[in-house]
Design a protein around this ligand. Structure first.
Ligand code: GLC
Length: 458
């Protein structure tokens, strides 16, 4: 069998997989950051830690409430239409790839269309690629002419994007790839100290530009740190600069420091309680536009993913990959609009919800606000919906959208909601609102160990 080297392998090699997996096990070099702290924290450090966690909680408050954001991958690869890794994976020579920059002409107003779409979908913030691995900058830069105003677009596209998001009342984020396939020092900085010095200065300089020239930025979303480690990138200094310029911003963990939140990619994996996290996901299988990728997720899958993120106390950052002129694929528009209609009716069961300790059902997902449990039934079973192992007393139940009361019968091992319609009132997910006498808790293990099995114990 010939050895095939997949993109996943490449990502591993480039450190993205590790970064995506969270900050803890990432890199031996992270030990460097940890070593900065003494093993037994002094009183001063404890105070400092406390201040830091208070600041983090305050900075994250809007984002926790928001739950749902739009990711936008937009660059020269959008014009090429073969996925954002095409330059690397198809082995395109830099000089050939660069030609795309002259032909890149986003339609005026397309960023506003994205922002309107995000708003219709019920998304509360946007994160757009300011520079992806290809190295092209969507923003105005004094450090490179490989940027929107000096190439095909002929204008500062990042400004248009920021203004569009604000006009729709959405929070604004920039994605920024540390890895750069275009800059001559982007790879050789791994082994050449002079190149490293130049490239790290260039990187900090570009980040300074996006953190300085666009007013208040709410999220900085670093990506792929290859080929350096946190020490090489001077990530501590990088974050200090960012917080100096944008004191209220939140940053992710992909410059190989823990940052404010973790970034599971293409999967939903809740972080440990107390740690903020956001699952980013594509609507088909590509981040950047790939014209033949027809592997679209359904609106039902997306609603169920959003519920699953909210259940675990996390956010869902859902990607669109517009074409080179900025048009969003019609499949993405239709799906986001369907999700938006569902959010119009059911949004309050998602926004501002808290981590929920009811997790197990093959037909439903769960969210929670204080003592209220929301049962999001994706696969409607007919007139009775049952939840096993609920250890909290149910006080009342009703259909969320119509407020119609629902009968329920609670016994030791299950609660049944009865007298429901035979067909799902909402095919994406029908929500039951269940008032409990405390924080809703589920213990399926307890059911497994205690439910009588014809008198046979385990
Ligand atoms: C990966 C990919 C990149 C994409 C990102 C989104 O790191 O390399 O193309 O932008 O994931 O999370």
């Amino acid at each position: 069998m010939p050895h095939t080297f997949s993109r996943r392998d490449t990502l591993k090699l480039f450190g993205a997989g590790a970064a995506a997996a969270g900050a803890s096990a990432i890199q031996p070099k992270l030990a460097w950051a940890a070593q900065q702290r003494s093993p037994t924290p002094s009183a001063a450090q404890t105070e400092e830690d406390q201040r830091e966690s208070q600041s983090r909680a305050a900075r994250l408050a809007w984002w926790h409430a928001a739950k749902f954001g739009m990711f936008i991958h937009f660059g020269l690869y959008s014009l090429y239409g073969h996925h954002e890794w095409a330059m690397e994976e198809e082995g395109i020579p830099v000089a050939e790839y660069e030609q795309l920059a002259k032909r890149f002409h986003p339609r005026p107003g397309c960023a506003r269309e994205w922002a309107r779409l995000a708003k219709r979908a019920g998304q509360k913030y946007m994160v757009m690629t300011s520079k992806h691995h290809e190295g092209f900058c969507n923003f105005a830069s004094k450090l490179t002419n490989y940027c929107a105003p000096e190439q095909g677009p002929g204008r500062d596209f990042a400004r248009e994007y920021v203004e569009a998001a604000r006009a729709e009342g959405l929070r604004v984020g920039f994605y920024y790839s540390l890895m750069d396939w275009h800059h001559p020092d982007g790879a050789r900085c791994a082994t050449d100290p002079a190149a490293r010095e130049r490239f790290v200065a260039y990187t900090h300089g570009l980040i300074r530009e996006i953190m300085t020239n666009y007013g208040k930025i709410d999220v900085l979303w670093y990506d792929v740190a290859w080929p350096l480690d946190a020490e090489g990138w001077q990530s501590v200094k990088m974050n200090q600069m960012v917080f100096g310029l944008q004191p209220e911003i939140i940053v992710n963990n992909r410059n190989l420091l823990p940052g404010d939140f973790s970034t599971p990619e293409q999967e939903i994996e809740a972080a440990a309680e107390g740690r903020a996290w956001e699952s980013c996901m594509t609507m088909n299988d590509s981040w950047g536009y790939q014209r033949a990728d027809d592997d679209w997720k359904s609106p039902k899958t997306i609603v169920s993913n959003l519920v699953e993120c909210a259940q675990g106390g996390g956010n869902y950052l859902l990607n669109i990959g517009p074409t080179g002129d900025g048009s969003v694929p019609s499949e993405s528009i239709a799906t986001l609009e369907a999700v938006g209609r569902w959010m119009e009716d059911n949004g309050p069961t998602i926004y501002e919800s808290e981590r929920c300790k009811v997790t197990t059902s093959e037909m439903a997902g769960f969210t929670r606000k204080d003592k209220t449990l929301y049962v999001h039934v994706h696969f409607w079973p007919g007139n009775t919906v049952a939840v096993g192992g609920l250890r909290t007393k149910v006080l009342s139940a009703r259909m969320y959208t119509t407020k119609q009361p629902v009968e329920f019968h609670q016994q030791e091992f299950r609660v049944q909601f009865t007298g429901l319609p035979d067909h799902p009132p909402d095919p994406l997910a029908t929500v039951l609102e269940v008032e409990c006498d405390g924080e809703p808790l589920q213990d399926t293990r307890w059911v497994r160990e205690n439910r009588p099995r014809r008198g046979i114990g385990i």
